[in-house]
Design a protein around this ligand. Sequence first.
Ligand SMILES: Nc1ncnc2c1ncn2[C@@H]1O[C@H](COP(=O)(O)OP(=O)(O)OP(=O)(O)O)[C@@H](O)[C@H]1O
Ligand SMILES: [Mg+2]
Length: 483
Amino acid sequence: MPTYLNRGGRELMGLDQDADVTTLPARGFHRSDSGDKVTNAGVPEATRTGRWSGRSILVNRDGREIPVSQVLVAHRNADGEVEYFATIMRDISEQLTLERRVNEAEKVESLGLMAGGVAHDFNNLLVGVLCNASLLVDDLPERSENRALALDIQRAAERAAELSRQMLAYAGKARVELVDVDVSSLAARSLPLLQASIPAHAQIVSKLQRPLPILRGDPTQLEQVLSNLVINAAESLGDEAGEVEIRTEHLEHPFGELLRDDLPEGLQHGVVCLSVRDTGAGMTEDTRRRAFDPFFTTKFTGRGLGLSSVMGIVRAHQGAIAVESRVGVGTVFRLFFPAAEPTASHRPPVSTSNEHVTRRRVLLVDDEDVVLRVAEVVIRRMGLEPVCANSGARALELVQRDPARIHAAVVDLTMPGMDGIQLARALKGLNPSIPVLLSSGYPESRVDEVDEVDGFLPKPYTPSQMTQALQALLDDAIVAPPD
Ligand SMILES: Nc1ncnc2c1ncn2[C@@H]1O[C@H](COP(=O)(O)OP(=O)(O)OP(=O)(O)O)[C@@H](O)[C@H]1O
Ligand SMILES: [Mg+2]
């Protein structure tokens, strides 16, 4: 039975300052499992050693649970017998919330690392599968059974490549090509395709604010985000008719009274909000908490990668996501992006020339044999002559003998020893006119900053993607004339 409760304790428990605590049962303060813990573990230990500490849960007068850290101290009389216990408790609600957030951030980071690593290795293997299947399809007679089999391999590999792309997006490793984007126009442009990709009983309605400040973003990825959200929204409707609302708006003062100068860096122009709302099934609290985890799905045929890639893409855009959902009522996903000041960004036009490539020698460097072998065939079929090396050192050796002999290089980024960027630098040192195409299973954005690299070819690539990239490289380059 308690004899004294200080002011803080009374506030915590929701008791009046003059309430008589001596009539309250000692166990009435704790949630029953916590009460058991204190009685069965805490009291005996404090009796034995003088002190016990642990975490427990109180229930205050309104029935609200309060997590506390608690210390129980046994006070003894002159004979050494326990006379009374004193306990000190500290409300740790805030600390627990922070701990949960840190855990969540750590989880996202480590899952991202894993997803990125798996996708990277996958992409190397997929070059082998995708390119070989595609070469077979080209070679086999139109009506042969084997051609149909090769086509199946190609399709399956393309789906695997799509999965891998989504995993990279989640890992925040998707290649972002930042340009000025008007999200209202982007959404308006996507509407016909979005409506076509969901059942007719799900009607898209759009409320697009115009003019809308632009944001710096990657249009392809933002379309992907919109598509993932709209498909989820339509799926949540099940067989019922319902609406999917796409809305864009400019929140000029998202932080209320904060002065413009006090706003966090990059938010001076307010926030562009893109939201997708449905009147579907909604999510339980448990589903909402896990919805962004990679491979979490409640759908029979779902892969659980839609929202995780949305999250990766939004993070790569310095954005944030808020979700509101009620079972049986519906869900709204709100995405927030920093609005930008318009900049005149002109990207150099990509060469589309289809000039015939004269027989030139292309250096091919990759530590994966399967990639090397299939890329060799693709290069040969372009009418070019491949020169293969499975390491940077070996490649340099080949070029050193006669630097004018090589007209272009396709170089893998991650290789043991000398990596692709180091190799590109070394190659340019030997012959500055060799154009270098860097290839990687990670869509590397740092490549843009490396002067010695003239183009990027993400893995997995198809023969025609490789052909195009190499053709553009050769078209643009002023290479030494073939001997
Ligand atoms: N608009 C929504 N309404 C209700 N539940 C949703 C909604 N969006 C997502 N969810 C829940 O979140 C889960 C994860 O969504 P996510 O898009 O990542 O995967 P998926 O749709 O199950 O599969 P995938 O998108 O890979 O085909 C869904 O399975 C569903 O339970
Ligand atoms: Mg989905």
